[in-house]
Ligand binder design. Structure first.
Ligand code: ATP
Length: 231
């Protein structure tokens, strides 16, 4: 068994930059245990999105290892990584990217369909998850009939549809006011505890960080000042 559900081990990532290379992630190591939330904060351009993209196996680092739920992704090909993303990783992007013509329940059912699950079970699971994010009576609504906060809840529920081991969340509160942002963070904490995901939350927002299990700070591609907040 693995001690940590998400392990980033000595990750370096560079991008082409004129004639040289820009180091976006510089020897970054991070472990996140099941059922805990690690918040990653840092200024614009410090490497937070790069960290999430590497953890999501969407970007391959120059060096270092990404281990997701015990699977070392280093040698995996594109199809294997895509399969891992479908089954073990939940990704919540900043923009919900919901499909305009589908109801909230259908947004979730699509994920199950892509993973080859049976429609009836998928519908029940979608309704259960929508209830868990506080949208039990909004399941039939389409995105334009939902508020920004409700759309973000659908986005989170959708990421949980295939019961991921690792949940990666990018700036979930950026489009929301303080109160709604706090409610989304509460929701992410309770879902993480209930479903046992290893959750990484990238945010500019330093409010409410004291409730997270750990806080790490990115600066110029380096991860520093890790602070465990839970006993
Ligand atoms: N595809 C790319 N090609 C070249 N450089 C990139 C690319 N993506 C990001 N960068 C650079 O890498 C560095 C880290 O960017 P990244 O997007 O990870 O930062 P961030 O902390 O997420 O910023 P923000 O909070 O503004 O989203 C920045 O200097 C950025 O300009």
């Amino acid at each position: 068994m693995t001690a940590s559900t998400l392990l980033l081990d000595d990750i370096t990532l560079t991008y082409p930059d004129g004639e040289g290379r820009l180091t976006a992630l510089d020897a970054v190591s991070l472990t996140v245990d099941a059922g805990t939330v690690t918040a990653c904060v840092g200024p614009s351009g410090s490497g937070k999105s790069s960290l999430l993209a590497v953890a999501a196996t969407l970007v391959t680092p120059d060096s270092g290892r990404v281990v997701v739920a015990g699977t070392d992704t280093t040698g995996l090909g594109p199809a294997e990584k895509a399969a891992l993303r479908r089954t073990r990783l939940g990704i919540v992007f900043q923009q919900p990217n919901l499909l305009p013509s589908l109801t909230a329940a259908e947004q979730l059912q699509v994920m199950a369909h892509l993973a080859g699950r049976r429609p009836r079970a998928a519908r029940d699971h979608a309704l259960e998850l929508l209830a868990a994010v506080g949208l039990a009576d909004q399941a039939h609504r389409r995105p334009h009939q939902l508020s920004g906060g409700q759309r973000q809840r659908v986005n989170i529920a959708r990421a949980l549809m295939n019961e991921p081991a690792v949940l990666l969340v990018d700036e979930p509160t950026s489009a929301l006011d303080h109160e709604r942002g706090a409610a989304i963070l509460d929701l992410l904490l309770s879902l993480t505890r209930d479903r046992g995901t290893a959750t990484v939350l990238v945010t500019h927002d330093r409010a409410h960080l004291e409730r997270m299990d750990a806080v790490v700070t990115m600066a110029d591609g380096r991860l520093g000042a890790a602070r465990a907040t839970a006993g």
